[in-house]
Design a binder for this molecule. Structure first.
Ligand code: AP5
Ligand code: MG
Length: 209
C-alpha cells in the first residue's frame, strides 16, 4: 500500500511512520530525514537545502520532486511505502501523481498550541533519526537505539517553529482539499497519544486493504 502521512510540523508524522513501517514491513520515506542526512554528509543537495531548513522555509519543489522520484524507484518500494513529509505543496502532489499511485492519505490533525509544545520538547538522535519527547525521557540523555547524544533539532527553536507552522498553513494545508477531492483523504485525530493514534491509523489501513 502506498501511503502519505500529511500533517503540520510536530503532528507525529515521523513517530507514526516509523511504527507503521515496522507493522506493515514497508519503508518510511521521510524527506526531512533525507535532507538532514544530505546536510550531514555535505552533499550538493545538503548545501542547497540547509539555508531553507534553518529558516523554516520549504526547499524548492524541483529539488524535492527529483529526490522522491528517484527514491521510489528503489526495490524496497515495490511492496508499498509511507511518505512522511512529501508532498508538501500542490505542485509536489501533482508531480507525484505523474510517477506514482497513491492509495490513501492520512491527515494527522493536531492544534497549533500542542504542536509548539511538542516541538520545543522534542529531542532527536542525529545519528539514527530516532525521536523522543522530554516528557518521556526522564534522566536519559542518549539514544536508546544507538547511544548517541540526543539534541534539540536546529529548526525546533521557537522562532523557526512559528515560521514552519505559517508555511504549513499557507503551502501544505491546501493538500487536504486536493486529496479530499480525489477521495483519498482520511483524517485522524493526532492528539490521542502515540499508541491511540497508531491504532486509529491501522484501523483505517485495514478497512482500505
Ligand atoms: P520535516 O523533517 O519533515 O519536518 P516537519 O514536517 O516540520 O515535521 P516534523 O518532523 O517536525 O514533525 P513530525 O510530524 O514528524 O512529528 P514527530 O513525529 O517528530 O522537514 C524539515 C524541513 O525539511 C522542512 O521545514 C523543510 O525545510 C524541509 N522539507 C522536508 N520535506 C520537504 C518537502 N517535501 N518540500 C520542501 N521542503 C521540505 O513528533 C513531534 C514530537 O511530538 C516528538 O517529540 C514526539 O515524541 C511527540 N509526539 C508525536 N506523536 C505524539 C502523540 N500522539 N502524543 C504525544 N506526543 C507525540
Ligand atoms: Mg518528522
Amino acid at each position: 500500500m502506498n501511503l502519505i502521512l500529511l500533517g503540520a510540523p510536530g503532528a507525529g508524522k515521523g513517530t507514526q511512520a516509523e511504527i507503521i513501517s515496522e507493522a506493515l514491513n514497508i519503508p518510511q520515506i521521510s524527506t526531512g530525514d533525507i535532507l538532514r542526512r544530505a546536510i550531514k554528509d555535505g552533499t550538493e543537495t545538503g548545501l542547497k537545502a540547509k539555508s531553507y531548513i534553518d529558516a523554516g522555509k520549504l526547499v524548492p519543489d524541483e529539488v524535492m520532486i527529483d529526490i522522491v522520484r528517484e527514491r521510489l524507484t528503489m526495490d524496497d518500494c515495490k511492496g508499498g511505502y509511507i511518505l512522511d513529509g512529501f508532498p508538501r505543496t500542490v505542485p509536489q502532489a501533482e508531480a507525484l501523481d505523474t510517477f506514482a499511485r497513491t492509495d490513501a492519505v492520512i491527515e494527522l490533525a493536531v492544534d497549533d498550541q500542542v504542536l509548539v509544545e511538542r516541538l520545543s520538547g522534542r529531542r532527536v538522535c542525529l545519528k539514527c533519526g530516532a525521536t523522543y519527547h522530554v516528557s518521556m525521557l526522564g534522566d536519559q540523555t542518549c539514544c536508546e537505539k544507538c547511544g548517541e547524544e540526543l539534541v534539540l533539532r536546529e529548526d525546533d527553536r521557537a522562532e523557526t517553529v512559528l515560521n514552519r507552522l505559517k508555511v504549513y498553513h499557507e503551502q501544505t494545508a491546501p493538500l487536504i482539499d486536493y486529496y479530499e477531492k480525489r477521495g483519498l483523504l482520511h483524517a485522524v485525530a493526532g492528539d490521542q497519544g502515540i499508541e491511540g493514534t497508531f491504532e486509529a491509523i491501522m484501523r483505517l489501513i485495514k478497512e482500505k486493504a
